[in-house]
Design a protein around this ligand. Structure first.
Ligand SMILES: C[S@@+](CC[C@H](N)C(=O)[O-])C[C@H]1O[C@@H](n2cnc3c(N)ncnc32)[C@H](O)[C@@H]1O
Length: 228
């Protein structure tokens, strides 16, 4: 599948409502670990957080009351529209080069391809924190290195990334979600000054699709990754 087809698949998924990844509530892992994103120089309430491939996640709303500025990036217009509609928010809208920009309070939701993102879209908001839940694992292998390099370029010195990933027995299902085991995380983020696994949970018991596919193991892992 080429890159255009990959992206089309996301449009189709949203159109057909195949969005099993969407949680109806704020991600409990975010609530549990948000404090780890803070640093001495940048407590969360003074930081700008980037949420790449954000879908219509409720996390964006929750983050608004914990961070100074929240920037979400999502490819599919339907997801962005659903986010505002379901949360009864009327944003202001403008079009800027590669991104349709929706603003509301301290939230900026940029609709477009994350790979078109650059610091010019961050205005005067250096990124001190990043929350990636099911974003890295949504991308095919060939894009992951570029995605990580992009996050690094958008971040600033000492940026902290809270990363929620999956790993499962490979062979029987083809993602997304893709399996990214620990060794791959350490490879992808070899430039980091610190990689800490905060949590690792067996998710097979509550994953009927994985069970049906005959997987013998699957886990969700949370990492805190510090950029140089
Ligand atoms: C697995 S979902 C995760 C959504 C969100 N992080 C959550 O926790 O609900 C991945 C999302 O990334 C979006 N996406 C895929 N490719 C993208 C790209 N190149 N740029 C921006 N968003 C993209 C998809 O439309 C989808 O909403």
């Amino acid at each position: 599948m080429d890159l255009q087809q990959e992206q089309q698949q996301w449009w189709i998924r949203w159109q057909e409502g195949r969005i099993g990844f969407h949680l109806p509530e704020v991600n409990p892992l975010l609530i549990r670990h948000v404090h780890s994103l803070a640093t001495d120089t940048h407590p969360n309430e003074r930081s700008c957080i980037l949420v790449p491939l954000c879908g219509k996640s409720k996390d964006l709303i929750w983050l608004q009351s914990h961070f100074h500025k929240v920037i979400g990036v999502e490819l599919v217009p339907q997801a962005v529209e659903a986010f505002f509609e379901e949360n009864q928010i009327t944003p202001t809208y403008s079009l800027r080069d590669s991104f349709a920009t929706y603003l509301h309070g301290n939230l900026a939701l940029l609709q477009g391809d994350i790979f078109q993102m650059s610091s010019k879209y961050l205005e005067d908001h250096p990124i001190q924190a990043i929350f990636d839940r099911a974003s890295l694992i949504a991308l095919p292998d060939k894009l992951r290195k570029n995605y990580v390099a992009l996050l690094r370029s958008l971040g600033s010195s000492n940026t902290k990334l809270l990363l929620v990933t999956l790993a499962y027995e490979e062979g029987t299902i083809s993602g997304p979600p893709h399996s990214i085991p620990e060794n791959k995380i350490f490879e992808l983020f070899a430039f980091a000054t610190n990689i800490e696994q905060l949590e690792k949970q067996d998710i097979l018991p509550e994953s009927p699709n994985f069970q049906k596919a005959g997987l013998r193991w699957a886990y969700e892992a949370v990492y805190l990754i510090t950029f140089p």
